[in-house]
Design a protein around this ligand. Structure first.
Ligand SMILES: NC(=O)C1=CN([C@@H]2O[C@H](COP(=O)(O)OP(=O)(O)OC[C@H]3O[C@@H](n4cnc5c(N)ncnc54)[C@H](OP(=O)(O)O)[C@@H]3O)[C@@H](O)[C@H]2O)[C@H](O)CC1
Ligand SMILES: [K+]
Length: 493
């Protein structure tokens, strides 16, 4: 951190700002008395400070673009040269085309400005990518792409704001190369956490450049990066006087012959803290479930009357159907019966696919708290897949009235009111059979205890990732429920 306290690496506050919202933050800061050239100076100085903290002086190639991202690059070049670095700066476009703060800071650079070419990479031990940032609006042309590829082969790349070629709002890759480190300002954008942007950024660091957090009151962000501080206070606490019914009763619809999925989900629901967990099964599956489950009650259900009697038990506070349920009318009608209770319902896997092509049936039936947990394939069978992941999940949540958990290595949790959370702690080991069944069970277990659907979904997704990270390589879904006590201890520490 510099003497003025600027350039500090910001932690905390998980809000994600769109490119347009970031521009509002800039404008409010300028309106508050910080001229843009000063803001750019703070940005470039913060980048230089963070670089100097990590690398010892050497030859650095600074690749500047035609806009303010390039302007940041001129500040970085000046600051590193002042600190004794051998700086080779090159610019895309003519210097006299620079305008505003970029022109101002380019004028303060007293070294040579070479035209953009691979020659500037000669001998460089570090590259600064100041070509494009928030203003990227098309794929970099072949010449720029070739230069970036050469740069990546030459030395580590430090990207300013975003790696050139990554779309800030979506993380889409328009021809970027991977950076080792990306330094952005004030808050991350969705492109820093959605894939492939997150991967292309390498490590992402957020620098304080003097923008006051109070601007967030005006911006009112609706998107966050997932983490316990978003929902920890909403986690069901163990009330000393609580008995099993105050911790809710979770009901799982048990499939047959694919019984493993429902068993994983019931274990996860119980481990998430549901006071009572039971699984409703067809009579022929009773012996399989009964021998496999001990503290979890197994309820044989034969026919619609039996089901209606079971669902009429007001002590059941949350339902899950989908894992191993089978695709077809039976699953569809059971899901509709659960939704008709008006109590919390989780729809996953086969329960989603049973409504393929008929999302309106779900829109009509969802009247109470509901969380749907599709992967991309299940999502595509139900809803419109145009647009980026945040847009798609938000649209499905808005139309259905349910919380949508659109799964992946960058799972998006979207609420009907437009709020959305991007999850970033899922290790690749979670791509294993049954992992989704456990996640659905975790959501169920938290809903059963009365947690709000959006909070429960975000917490469950994070816990799921944390459990897997604690286990490491060799993970199978069966390992996950047993890891919840450690996850919960970590959350209550
Ligand atoms: N957010 C902050 O607090 C601050 C951010 N800063 C930096 O400002 C940039 C954003 O600057 P901007 O000028 O809006 O945009 P870029 O510099 O990213 O892009 C410049 C122009 O480049 C053209 N463009 C876009 N894509 C391409 C392409 N693929 N090939 C060629 N040219 C391209 C485009 O202009 P056109 O007229 O050609 O469309 C862009 O406008 C932000 O990222 C931060 O680094 C401030 O410096 C400090 C505060
Ligand atoms: K950049």
């Amino acid at each position: 951190m510099g003497p003025d306290g600027r350039g500090a690496v910001l932690t905390g506050d998980r809000a994600l700002l769109s490119v347009a919202q970031m521009a509002v933050a800039d404008r409010l800061t300028v309106a508050g008395g910080t001229p843009v050239p000063v803001l750019m100076g703070a940005a470039g100085s913060a980048v230089a400070r963070i670089i100097a903290d990590r690398w010892s002086p050497g030859r650095v190639a600074v690749l500047c673009g035609p806009g303010d991202n390039g302007g940041d690059g001129f500040v970085v070049a000046r600051r590193l040269a002042e600190a004794g670095w051998d700086v080779q700066l090159s610019l895309l476009g003519a210097p006299d085309r620079l305008t505003g703060a970029a022109a101002h800071n380019a004028a303060l650079w007293t070294g040579p400005v070479a035209p953009l070419s691979p020659a500037v990479l000669e001998g460089a031990t570090l590259i600064v990518d100041a070509l494009f940032g928030a203003g990227l609006n098309r794929a970099p042309d072949r010449r720029v792409a070739a230069l970036l590829a050469a740069a990546a082969a030459q030395a580590p790349i430090v990207a300013i704001d975003v790696p050139s070629g990554v779309m800030g709002d979506t993380g889409a890759d328009l021809g970027a190369v991977a950076a080792s480190l990306t330094i952005t300002f004030f808050r991350k954008k969705p492109g820093h956490v959605l894939l492939p942007g997150r991967t292309l950024c390498g490590e992402t660091v957020v620098a304080d450049i003097g923008i006051a957090p109070s601007v967030l009151d005006r911006i009112a962000p609706q998107t966050w990066e997932n983490g316990p501080d978003l929902w920890r206070d909403a986690l069901p606490l163990l009330h000393p006087t609580g008995h099993k019914y105050t911790r809710g009763h979770a009901l799982v619809w048990g499939g047959y012959p694919m019984t493993g999925a429902a068993r994983l989900a019931t274990r996860a629901a119980a481990r998430a803290g549901a006071g009572l967990t039971s699984v409703a099964v067809p009579p022929q599956a009773l012996p399989i479930y009964a021998t496999a489950l001990t503290s979890i009650m197994v309820r044989p259900v034969t026919g619609a009357e039996d089901l209606a009697a079971l669902l009429s038990d007001g002590r059941i506070t949350a339902h899950l159907i989908g894992p191993g349920a089978g695709v077809g009318d039976a699953t569809r009608s059971t899901a509709l019966a659960m939704l008709a209770t008006g109590r919390a319902v989780v729809l996953d896997a086969d329960a989603l696919t049973s409504f393929a092509g008929d999302p309106a049936a779900l829109d009509r039936a969802i009247t109470g708290p509901c969380v749907m947990t599709p992967h991309d394939g299940e999502f595509a069978r139900l809803w419109d897949t145009t647009g980026d992941k945040l847009h798609r999940a938000r649209a499905a949540a808005a139309r259905s009235g349910a919380v949508i958990v659109l799964k992946g290595a960058d799972t998006v949790i979207a609420a009907p009111d437009g709020r959305a959370i991007v999850n970033t702690n899922a290790p690749p080991t979670l791509a294993t059979a049954g992992s989704g069944d456990v996640l659905a069970g975790l959501v169920l277990g938290l809903l059963a205890q009365g947690m709000d659907a959006f909070d429960a979904a975000a917490a469950a997704v994070w816990m799921h990732g944390d459990a897997a990270s604690r286990f490491g390589p060799g993970l199978i879904a069966d390992d996950l429920p047993g890891l919840l006590p450690a996850v919960l201890r970590g959350l209550s520490a």
